[in-house]
Design a protein around this ligand. Structure first.
Ligand code: ARG
Length: 262
């Protein structure tokens, strides 16, 4: 009796998890609906940035356009706060997370990542004249970060005091207004936002030479989308290998570090 019960319960569990896995969209599902819905937080130039006309432009949008061309589907952009993207992917609200998403072991428990297409680092930004000159000076200081990012995670892991903001620009404003001592943000976005600030404000920002960590960027899909990820990987790896990704970075005046560079 007991054995039968265990057998029945195991069978139910197996069935339930098979259905849960089947939930992710397959390549056929995407091609049948004719579109790939990306979730992006467009506050992250040069990867995704909201334009005056409401459109979103950036390196990752150009890469995804090419991926969609290869799959024969239309790219649809949904603007989502960064800290809601991964959850929206694992629940199937969006097809793919496109948001400068760093691959981490923890995130791999909830989403399927494509192969990485570039490497980035966590940069430390301070106001000109700050007494913070290196990573060691951050001890005991208050640091602004974007909520749910690896900037937040790495600062917390270092034991720093952290002030988290939903929008990147607010994390930048916090350091500009001296509400925090430093701002930690991915390097290429730091370079672009700092250059934009310094071009139009007397209050200058400085990026320190020393970075916190190096991280690969990839695109995130729901579990169960294995064949779709495989198809995307084929195109994506081709774009990395034939120099297309490097050319897209160049078009945005951004230095490119290939994930293949060791
Ligand atoms: N790379 C970092 C992470 O994965 C930050 C990404 C922030 N992206 C954005 N579009 N605001 O957590």
């Amino acid at each position: 009796m007991k054995k039968t019960l265990i057998f029945v319960m195991t069978a139910i569990l197996v069935l339930v998890s098979a259905f849960a896995l089947a939930d992710g969209k397959t390549l056929a599902d995407i091609q049948a609906k004719g579109e790939l819905v990306i979730a992006t937080s467009p506050d992250f130039p040069p990867f995704e940035a909201l334009q005056g006309d409401g459109s979103v432009k950036g390196i990752e949008i150009d890469i995804m356009e090419k991926v969609c061309d290869a799959l024969g589907v239309k790219l649809v952009i949904e603007q989502v706060d960064f800290d809601s993207i991964l959850q929206g992917i694992s629940s199937g609200t969006y097809d793919v997370g496109v948001s400068g998403i760093s691959v981490t072991e923890e995130r791999k428990k909830n989403v399927l990542f494509t192969d990485p297409y570039c490497l980035a680092a966590q940069a430390i930004v301070v106001v000109e004249g700050s007494d913070i000159a290196s990573k060691a000076d951050l001890a005991g200081k208050l640091i602004s970060v974007q909520t749910g990012t690896t900037s937040e995670l790495s600062c917390l892991a270092e034991g720093y005091n952290v002030e988290s903001y939903t929008q990147n620009v607010d994390a930048e404003l916090a350091v500009l207004n001296n509400n925090v001592d430093a701002w930690v943000i991915d390097d290429l976005t730091a370079a672009e936002m700092v250059a934009a600030n310094n071009a139009q404000s007397d209050k200058k920002l400085v990026i320190l030479d020393e970075a916190l960590s190096t991280e690969p960027y990839a695109f995130a899909f729901q579990f169960g989308s294995e064949d779709l990820v495989e198809a995307v990987n084929q195109t994506l790896n081709g774009l990395v290998e034939d120099g297309t990704v490097a050319a897209i970075f160049e078009a945005f005046d951004a230095p490119y570090t290939s994930p293949l560079a060791k």
